[in-house]
Design a binder for this molecule. Sequence first.
Ligand SMILES: NC(=O)c1ccc[n+]([C@@H]2O[C@H](COP(=O)([O-])OP(=O)(O)OC[C@H]3O[C@@H](n4cnc5c(N)ncnc54)[C@H](O)[C@@H]3O)[C@@H](O)[C@H]2O)c1
Length: 341
Amino acid sequence: MKTLRVGVVGYGYWGSKHVRVLGSLPDVEVVVIDPDPARLAEAQRVHGLLTCAPRLEDCLDVIDAAVVAAPPAEHPRLAMTALDAGKGVLVEKPLALSVPEAEAMVDLARDRGECLMVGHTFEYNPAVWKLKELIDSGELGRILYIDTARLDLGRYQADCNVIWDLAPHDISIVSYLLDEMPDETAVWARRHVGVKHADVAYLRMSFSRQQISAYVHVSWLDPCKVRRVTVVGERKMAVYNDLSDNERIRVYDIGVSALEPDDVHAMPVSYRTGDIVSPYIQFAEPLLVQDTHFVESVRTGSRPATPGERGLDVVRVLASTDEAAAAPEAVGRIRSLGTAS
Ligand SMILES: NC(=O)c1ccc[n+]([C@@H]2O[C@H](COP(=O)([O-])OP(=O)(O)OC[C@H]3O[C@@H](n4cnc5c(N)ncnc54)[C@H](O)[C@@H]3O)[C@@H](O)[C@H]2O)c1
């Protein structure tokens, strides 16, 4: 098989992981592109003999495809430079920081007939596949709501807020699980440190076709690292904890049924409790699964499972959160009890 030369554009925290997994694939050669000489030196120290360059424009003759893992504000320019030169491109999440830019990327890929894929890593995660299987098989019953939490003392980003940084994962996971994009968002977002971007946020996404709400909590300012998706069904509930080694999904056979008692003082619900089961999930590194899929898509010309259009859909949801955050909040005033002082 002909060697595929993949340029990894941005050798930071995440780009270095792409270099590791792409470098492990057969018949793939990696070229590292980063304007920071210290990052290029680090790439060479870790990976030995490796072609490195400071600018994508200077490498277009020596690469067949590109993975863009630079800061999000750079994604459109870098991806479009590569697409324009006839290269298939995988762009990290979020695809772009605005809808018009994401649309331009998708349009260019379509015009050029090139592969544009977005790095929604969790859609290549066997635990997320298992969660979807549990929903689709009906084991959980009708889905009542989904709740996600992605918290940490996180990496503050210079060019976007915590929603644009972390919530692409939750939007992609939940819409993948439900096979539906949300059509409305409500947001509470606040900045606690620094002068620029919100670092703690709560979102509600409404999926009107299935009449399901999903609640998303994202934070760069939390003492506990949490990566959790909870799916609450009428029959059972499932919790996906991405930080667990061997019980990433737990299915709780518990539930609550509404009662219509005659007596106004009686309990309005009945409870059911049962087993907690953790299904076996074959481990596969999601980034490896994702990048293998990208390489295959470029080689075969097939449409990737997460094409640019999917990245655009998520950017549309993210853009709606900016609009929602700018809208005046409805607040409930707490009236004083009027106790005499
Ligand atoms: N899928 C995931 O789970 C996941 C996880 C972390 C980060 N990410 C995404 O990966 C991207 C990078 O994030 P990060 O945390 O690695 O950031 P980072 O700041 O650690 O690294 C970014 C790198 O890009 C380089 N860079 C800047 N401008 C460039 C340009 N014009 N050309 C080439 N390189 C350039 C910087 O020098 C730096 O080395 C972001 O889009 C982020 O959202 C995805």
